[in-house]
Write a protein that binds this ligand. Structure first.
Ligand code: APR
Length: 241
């Protein structure tokens, strides 16, 4: 059997990898996200206008994520296997705020758009774990005040997390795989080009359908993540890409 030829693997994931786990993607055909205008519930302006709506929205998303119907699928599990069996360095950069990669067994995960099971104090920027509900009367543990807490989510117009680290990872990457993302949201939509900037990085996209950035990739695999990713991981590990 051939040996895996890669040393630095970067995997980017988006909502599509969690779709088979029962979490809706963002850009459904009707342009709504769980029946809301995305800007209403995922922007600082929306939060300013109607904080209760935004709290309620993320409380519901948190409850859904923790329900027994939502579990990691074979794509999450295959990526955890890759991390375990691959001899080099592998990082998952996810735009998803769910914890399905971690529950699937992955350890090296960067949540560039934040995490649903965390909240943040807007005064001190301290981050806390949260599995229940919050509202504008919730009292922050660090400053003992009402109304300072917000979801630990990167909203439209806000800067994604870990960008310095991500740039370095992409610079080093010799394999970049993008899974289940429409490529419509900057900066993640640029990662494939960043990965190719300085070295001969192999780039693969795995998605249900072609995206507007498919042309940037060496190869596009079409289908459900849960069907495609386990086989792709086998090929990477066997040096058969
Ligand atoms: N397997 C693979 N791909 C799938 C599957 C599946 N089972 N189901 C859907 N997809 C694909 C869709 O075809 C689409 O191209 O996943 C993609 C999901 O795209 P989006 O809904 O736009 O999600 P994403 O790219 O993650 O969005 C990026 O936008 O709203 C913001 O912050 C939010 O992180 C999010 C960011």
């Amino acid at each position: 059997m051939a040996e895996c030829q890669f040393k630095n693997i970067v995997i980017l994931t988006g909502a599509g990898i969690s779709a088979e786990s029962g979490i809706a993607t963002f850009r459904d055909k009707n342009g709504l996200w769980e029946n809301h205008d995305v800007m209403e519930v995922a922007s600082p302006d929306g939060f300013r206008r109607d904080p209760e709506l935004v709290y309620r929205f993320y409380n519901e998303r948190r409850k859904q994520l923790l329900s027994k119907e939502v579990t990691p699928n074979p794509a999450h599990e295959a990526l955890a296997r890759l991390e375990k069996e691959f001899q080099g360095k592998m990082t998952i950069i996810t735009q998803n705020v769910d914890d399905l990669h971690e529950r699937g067994g992955s350890q090296n995960v960067l949540h560039m758009h934040g995490e649903l099971l965390k909240i943040r104090c807007q005064r001190t920027r301290k981050v806390f774990e949260e599995k229940g509900t919050i509202n504008s009367q919730s009292i922050c543990e660090c400053c003992n005040l009402e109304g300072t807490l917000r979801p630990h989510i990167v909203w439209f117009g806000e800067v994604p997390m870990f960008m310095d680290k991500i740039e370095n990872l992409l610079r080093e990457a010799d394999l970049f795989v993008s899974i289940g993302t429409s490529g419509q949201v900057y900066p993640a939509s640029m990662f494939v080009q960043m990965a190719k900037l300085e070295n001969d990085c192999v780039t693969i996209e795995a998605n249900l359908e072609k995206t507007q950035i498919s042309w940037n990739f060496d190869k596009s695999l079409l289908g459900k993540a849960g069907d495609i990713v386990p086989g792709l991981v086998d090929k990477i590990l066997a040096g058969e890409l």
